[in-house]
Structure formats: structure tokens, C-alpha cells
Write a protein that binds this ligand. Sequence first.
Ligand code: NAP
Length: 522
Amino acid sequence: MSASALSLPEFRNEPVADFSVPANRRAIEAALADVRSKFGHEYDLLIGGQRFQTAEKLRSVNPSHPAEVVGIHQRATPELATRAVESAYAYFPEWAATSAGDRIRKLLTAARLLREHKFEFDAWLVYEAGKTWPEADADTSEAIDFCEYYAREMLRLSGPQSVVQMPGEKDEMRYLPLGVGIVIPPWNFPLAILTGMTVAALVTGNTAVIKPSSETPTIAAKFAELLLEAGFPAKAFAFLPGSGSAIGDLLVQHPKTRFVAFTGSRDVGLRINELAAKTQPGQRWIKRVIAEMGGKDAIIVDADADLDKAADGVVASAFGYQGQKCSACSRAIVDERVYDEFLKSLKTKAAALTVGAADDPSSYMGPVISDAARRTILQYIDVGKKEGKAVVGGGSAPGDGYFIQPTVIADVPSTARIFQEEIFGPVLAVTKARDFQHALALANDSEYGLTGAVFSNTPEHIQQARERFFVGNLYFNRKCTGAMVGAHPFGGFNMSGTDSKAGGPDYLYLFTQAKSVGEKLR
Ligand code: NAP
């Protein structure tokens, strides 16, 4: 059936589960128990419909209790990585020739399956990524949104596009897929971002090699199984766990690689961009790189802001998922006239946050992802204590997991490392501004430009920020995290990446190339 025969209802965001509803609590508790009973299972690596085991294994752990092994995975060797690209390349013409309607239907099936297994995916996110129940459910909901949204977008892009008709000609333009895409997601949205980049590649007719984060391969393995269940052919994608430093360069440099869809840190993104730009022997195209990278996101608190709401917005943005979101607020920039009052409110709210195991619903914050992350964050806290004044937290939190206290460092100058560098943990720098213009200048004093927010009741200030706050995602009088698919297409400026605007109407174009055809009429 062709895509034009499909008619889909308007896109609506998947509602997040309300865990105050007893049925939802019971459902996630049952899913947590079920998933826990599957801890320590071994998962295969998938290439071209074949399953592989390697001698070297990758073990993912529960960051709330690191002695618990969540999943055991294969570690792709360079030979397997090469095979994955070549196999995806061999199958590309067949997959590209399938009808858009078929691909869209498979994607809608994937959305339905994700919805049916929502609490199960939530539970894997709780255990492998250290997400609290609401954070996990937001991740799964966003994954569903990407499937539903890109299905509709593909419907829009399928078939001939309307172009100006030259007299005496039939003129048209169509979007074609590119080829083999390497999909490299981070661990912090291990389902949503993995899903978004993968299904964007597949629904547009590309084949994909999925290299999941080494911290969260089980969630990726579960998603790979779901793609198969949804009817995506096993040859259309490879599931290739392995160390990024061991196989990443090879995947990016392979001459048959046509594009790379990456989300992760600035340094890895820049390396991928550089390597992809170098033409390899036998390569017949310019590789495309879609790279979404880090952030150093600021919230400005104006002199006339509602300070209670501003403190709530800053706390949610800085400490939700332990500050491990690219959109997390790591800088609060506050007008000096309200600085002391705001800081007082912020301290009270941040100090009241609970930290503990992610599966315990009384924890507002769970663990950070790994011991290495914990050590890096604690080092930054030590640096911050010298650069400013720690007024909340400032160290590890009790427990056997990778727990860190929500930490607020006040009086931080803009030259400080903790003002400029992405920490990716629950550490907030608070900085005083002389006035709104100064606050805006401070917010823009960053190599990143991902998200930002302004709490203000002055329309001129809101207008100035609209024009001059240089970020890809700007919000007024609300938190700077929680972008919604469809409403807030997501991506940043400068060192935050290529501003691909995931979850927006520009995104699928990045996975296609357009062909114009003009036919002279007799
Ligand atoms: P990361 O260390 O850059 O890793 C991201 C992915 O790249 C992982 O799958 C990693 O594999 C892989 N990788 C590592 N070295 C590689 C190489 N040489 N070649 C190819 N791939 C390689 O980032 P992360 O710690 O997972 O994620 C946190 C970062 O992501 C933060 O900077 C955050 O701001 C950013 N982020 C940005 C967005 C956005 O939309 N802008 C969204 C989410 C996160 P291994 O795990 O095997 O090393």
C-alpha cells in the first residue's frame, strides 16, 4: 500500500504516566520486579540478520547498586564493525526500494509496541541509566513521540513534492535516502535519542549501524528486539555494542559510511566531524555529520521575576536526572537586586531534595551514571569550592551507588571553570548580574548554545532575550529542560552541535537527498 493511502490522526505527545495513580504504581512495580529477574542476561550482537558472540564482554551495571550486573553484551571487534557497515551497505538498495508506506507502517507498529511495553522500558531505564520513575517514563514517552512524529513527517516527504511547473514540462522533486548511517547515541537518553536517530534513518529508507553507549547497551538491545518485532528487516540495521574508542573511528571512516548521526560530548562530536571530512580511498560522497553535543545552559532571573517560580524552575532544570541532561541548567544568572532573596529560596529547595536508589520512588535524584562520572563531578565540585562558595551539598551522598548531593556554588565569576565547562552532574553555579543586559551578556559568554530560559515580567527584556539570547532552545518563565517533540524542535548552536532540530519539521531532511526531475511534454 502506498504512503498516500495512509491517513494519520494529528500528532499528539504521549502522556507521561502519573505515578500517584495506584494502577500506574502497581504496573511499574511489577515491571521493575520482572526486569530485575532478567538481570545478568547475555545479549547477542546483530549483523545482517545473524547473531554473534565475542570473546570480550561488556557488562552494564545498575548505578544505584553497581554490584548488580544489568546486562552482558558483546564487544564488537574491528572485523565485526567492518562487516556491519558492509552488510548494511549491501542491503541498502533493497531497503531504499521499499515503499515509504511500508516503512511508515512498521514505525507506527514500533510506536504501538513501545506503548504496550512502556513500563518495562521504564524499568530498564531505572536500572541501567539510574533514572527515577518520572524521568524514565519521560524518556520512553519521548521515544514513542519520535516514532509517531517521524511517521507523519515521512508521510509528508514521501511522493513527489510540489515545485513550480515550467511551461511545457512536468516538474517534480522527490526525497531519496542517503545510504548507510552510523547511529551513535549517548547514555543519558538511552531510549529516546537512540530511537529518534535510528528511526529517522530507517523510515527515510537508509540502513543503520547502531553503536549504543557502553553504559546503556541493554536498553538498546531491547529496542533492537522491538524493531524486529515491529517488522523492520534484520538486515536493515545492525546492533553493534562495543567501545566507541575501539570501533568508533573505523565506523566513521569506513568508505561505505554515508552519514553519521551522533549525540554526545563536544570532544567526540568534533572528532567524528573531523574524521568524516577526510575522504577515504574508494569513497564516492561527502559524508554528512549530524552531531548534537554538549551544553552549558543558563537561566536568567530578572529583578521583577516571580522568585519562587524561578527557584522551582532552576532546581528542576539543574537537578532533574542529577543534572545529566544536555539541556540541564548549570548556570543561574541573577539580577543583583534579587540575588540574596533568590539564593535563599534556591538553597531551601535544593537542600530538601532526596538522593537515593532510582527504583525507590521517594528519591528525587538517583545516582550519576558511573564511577568515572562521579569522580569527574567531584573534582569539579572541588574546583568550584575555590572559584565560588558552596552553599548546598558539595560532596558524595550516602549509599553504595554513585550518589552525589545536589550542589549549589554561589558567587561564581564568569571566568570560572565551573561557569564555562560542561560538568554533566548536579552542580549549579550561581552568578550575580548588574542588570538584565549584563545577565544576557553573561548567559551568552559560552562556547555552547543549547538551551536557556529567562524568568522575567518585563516584556522588553523578554523581547531582547528573544532576539539576543543565542541558544537553539529558549524558554520564558519555565524550566530549560523538557523539550517536547513537535512543540520544541531540539538542537543547539556553536559547540552544542549542528542544530539538527530533532523532533521538528527540518529533521528528516538531514537523512535524505532531493532529486529534481523535469520532463519535456510533447
Ligand atoms: P560521549 O562520551 O561523547 O559518548 C557518546 C557516544 O559516542 C557513545 O555511544 C560513545 O561510545 C561514543 N563514542 C565514544 N568515542 C567515540 C569515537 N571515537 N567515535 C565514535 N563514537 C564514540 O557522550 P556521553 O557521555 O555518552 O553523553 C553525554 C554528552 O552528550 C554530554 O556532553 C551531553 O551534553 C551530550 N548530549 C547532547 C544532547 C543534544 O541533543 N545536544 C543530548 C544528550 C546528550 P562509548 O559509550 O562506547 O564510549
